[in-house]
Write a protein that binds this ligand. Structure first.
Ligand SMILES: [Cu+2]
Length: 488
């Protein structure tokens, strides 16, 4: 990341001096090569520290936006690499001026360690927590999960990727060189004003439909291109957007070889032409660049405009990204690094879900989004089974060790449902077979109509540190489309 002297001086004059401490600032070099978040490898040390601080980032031109990041990143945090089968001593320090909670999305740990809204970290305080990790390797993430403020916090940058690793990806024949043939891509959309300042000012329409932007950030960068070696390249994709659903594809028509879903590897690569990725979901795909030609990772228009249609969207780019496809990331095959992997692995060692749920307890979950919501308080616009989220109300308790079948219905539009502390198997979608992208273990599923899942509850959660289940359209989550449960 280049920090230009002029941008640095401008920021010091504009904002830095008053605050006392110098805040990190980053300016975006135009046409730059995509940077990875710095890698914080804690597989050997068994410990990591995250420190949240405020900062300024010039995403477009030289205009600085107020942003948040971790460990001197001005926006987002480092990629944490953690051992998949070992405890790690985590600490999270809050150098912001407001509290936040930090959730480990996809980590199977007890409710007290999960970082949900009942565990806010006050300013100047440090949260230290032992994470006893014992699950298959996966690409997961961390993000603010602060009561009523998750959407704004994630917009400002309180998020990052976690790689759970067992150190055996070379044996699996997978690309493993971080930032070279193994790319971490945090895909987000944002709005900017005419001067290039990032804005988050959700109106009624945004609170109903979710806040989408017309500028795509990859790892917090606008307009960057990836440079990769010839050969097989691995993309670890995170949809870190508040609300936008992507239909990812190669412009050149290359196939995407899906190797991992939210919670880990598949048993073998599955070829997909268009990968739908909803907020909160992760996927790992391999793409074959052995022919050496350039490509662009593109997305189709947001399919999730719901029953209200796209007609209420503003004009300009906003309208265009809702209605037409757009570029996510140009990929240039030109790296000076030698080809490492030339062949796709034929099989992987992921264990596919096959939950035996005969006689399982069945639960119906309706993600409610009535039009009457517009008349209600901001945090009571949305609900689940007619109840808006209430911090003081436990929605239900589940018996530890059991498998339940949940039938989830989404109203008005598609909703990505995330359940904390569990992994689940998608059993059916609208009564039909499961789409290829949902065949592996999941912790977040896009409910477009009706989805049936089998959920395994192995981690404990007490009534005062319960697990959340919620829509991952963050304006819906903050708007009440969330519930909480204990596992006892
Ligand atoms: Cu929703």
């Amino acid at each position: 990341m280049t920090v230009t002297r002029r941008a640095f001086l401008a920021s010091v004059c504009a904002a830095g001096l008053a605050a006392g401490l110098p805040r990190p600032i980053r300016a975006q070099p135009e046409g730059s090569v995509l940077q990875m978040p710095p890698l914080l490898d804690a597989t050997s040390s068994g410990a990591f520290d995250l420190v949240a601080q405020d900062a300024e980032t010039a995403f477009i031109g030289r205009t600085a936006s107020a942003t948040w990041g971790f460990n001197n990143q001005t926006f987002l945090g480092p990629t944490l690499r953690l051992a998949a089968n070992r405890a790690v001593a985590a600490s999270v320090t809050n150098h912001l001026t407001e509290p936040f909670a930090l959730h480990w999305h996809g980590l199977l740990v007890p409710g007290y360690a999960d970082g949900g809204p009942h565990m806010p970290i006050e300013p100047k305080k440090k949260w230290s927590i032992e994470l006893d990790i014992n699950q298959p390797p996966a690409t997961i993430w961390y993000h603010s999960h602060t009561h009523l403020h998750t959407a704004n916090h994630v917009q400002k940058g309180l998020a990052g990727v976690i790689q759970l690793s067992d150190g055996r990806d070379d044996e699996r024949g997978l690309p493993t060189e971080y930032g070279i043939d193994d790319l971490t891509l945090v895909i987000q959309d944002r709005r900017f004003d005419r001067r290039g300042k990032m804005v988050y000012d959700p109106g009624m329409h945004d609170e109903m439909m979710g806040f989408t932007g017309d500028v795509i950030l990859v790892n917090g960068q606008v307009g960057a291109k990836a440079v990769v070696p010839r050969g097989i390249v691995r993309l670890r994709l995170l949809n870190g957007s508040n609300a936008r659903v992507y239909d990812l594809a190669s412009r050149a028509g290359r196939l995407l070889h899906l190797v991992a879903t939210d919670a880990g590897f598949l048993d073998r690569p599955t070829t997909i032409e268009v990968l739908r990725l909803a907020p909160g979901e992760r996927a790992e795909v391999l793409i074959d660049f052995t022919d050496g030609t350039n490509d662009v990772l593109v997305s189709g228009p947001n399919p999730n405009v719901g029953m209200m249609g796209g007609g209420m969207m503003g004009g300009g780019m906003m309208g265009r990204t809702q209605k037409a496809g757009f570029d996510i990331l140009p990929i240039e095959v030109g790296s000076t690094h030698a080809t490492r992997i030339e062949r796709l692995p034929e099989s992987l060692d992921g264990v596919m879900p096959d939950l035996v749920a005969l006689g399982a307890f069945r639960r119906d979950i309706t993600l409610d989004m009535g039009m009457g919501g517009m008349m209600r308080r901001r945090d009571k616009r949305h609900s689940i089974n007619g109840q808006s989220f209430d911090m003081d109300k436990l929605n239900f308790s589940v018996q530890r060790g059991v498998t339940e079948i949940w039938t989830i219905e989404g109203q008005m539009m598609a909703h990505p449902l995330h359940i904390h502390g569990v992994v689940f198997q998608v059993l059916s979608e609208n009564g039909g077979p499961v789409s290829p992208r949902n065949r592996g273990w999941k912790d977040t599923v896009l409910v477009d109509g009706r989805v049936e899942i089998a959920v395994q509850f192995d981690q404990p959660a007490s009534a005062d540190k319960p697990f959340m289940f919620h829509c991952h359209i963050l304006e819906h989550e903050d708007g009440g489309m969330m519930g909480q449960f204990a596992v006892v």
